[in-house]
Each structure stands twice: as C-alpha cells, then as structure tokens.
Design a protein around this ligand. Structure first.
Ligand code: FES
Length: 130
C-alpha cells in the first residue's frame, strides 16, 4: 500500500510570487513557496527556535528565517547558514495541476484545515475542499 498521497492545497494564485504561505495539516504546519517556475514545500518550523518560515524572505531556492536569519534550502531542507549544526527539515514534493498546488504527504497526515498563518491570516491561501 502506498504510504503517501497527493492532496489539493490551494489555487496557485493564492501564493504570490517569491512568497510563502502556511497550510495546516492536522496539527502539522507546512510552508508552501511560489518560486515562479515551481512551488516548494517544507516544514514551517525553523530548526533554530521554531520561527515561522512562511514569513521568511525567499532567496533563490532558499528561505531566510524572519527571526534570526538562518538560511534553509527549500529543495533539501538543509540549513545553509550558519552551517550544518541543525538537522534538515522535511520537504514535501509539490506539483501544479489545473492551476492548483498539490502536495505529497504521508497518509497519516490530515487533510488541510481552515486557512491559518502565524502572522497575517488574510495572507493565507484558501484551502480547497474535496
Ligand atoms: S528561529 Fe529561525 S533563525 Fe532563529
């Protein structure tokens, strides 16, 4: 049995270019970023002190944490700055289908909940139903 599944997250237009938005999957938060030519997804919790990566600054294919500027690869989840002192964050395969962002998540993870964001709820994507 396949241990993962693809779930619909939001319309691509709900995540502005070079910005991130958070989606809550059960008790888990995933930050989804729009890099223009692709979407990348990573755990929303910075490995330093738990900063909300969805509010970070996108630099290339990395995000700079808004709290203390650790730089984390959105492709691998590795900490690029200050170094390899912290474990990698989990990343999630993402794809776009008919203008909708989909993430591949473990089957044990719940479906998207109501929109949420650590700082500005109005900037969050609107999860799709069904
Ligand atoms: S919490 Fe992210 S750098 Fe400190």
């Amino acid at each position: 049995m396949n241990k993962s599944r693809w779930i619909r997250i939001t319309a691509t237009g709900n995540i502005p270019l070079r910005e991130g938005r958070v989606v809550r999957l059960g008790t888990h938060e995933v930050a989804v970023f729009n890099l223009g030519d692709r979407f990348l997804a990573i755990d929303n919790r910075c490995p330093h002190e738990g900063g909300p990566l969805c509010d970070g600054i996108v630099a290339g294919a990395s995000v700079v944490c808004p709290l203390h500027a650790w730089k984390i690869s959105l492709e691998t989840g590795a900490v690029e700055r200050p170094g390899a002192a912290a474990p990698c964050l989990r990343t999630y395969p993402a794809r776009v289908e008919d203008g909708v962002v989909l993430l591949e998540v473990p089957r044990s993870v719940s479906r998207p909940a109501a929109p949420d964001c650590s700082t500005t709820a109005t900037s969050c994507p609107q999860p799709l139903r069904g």
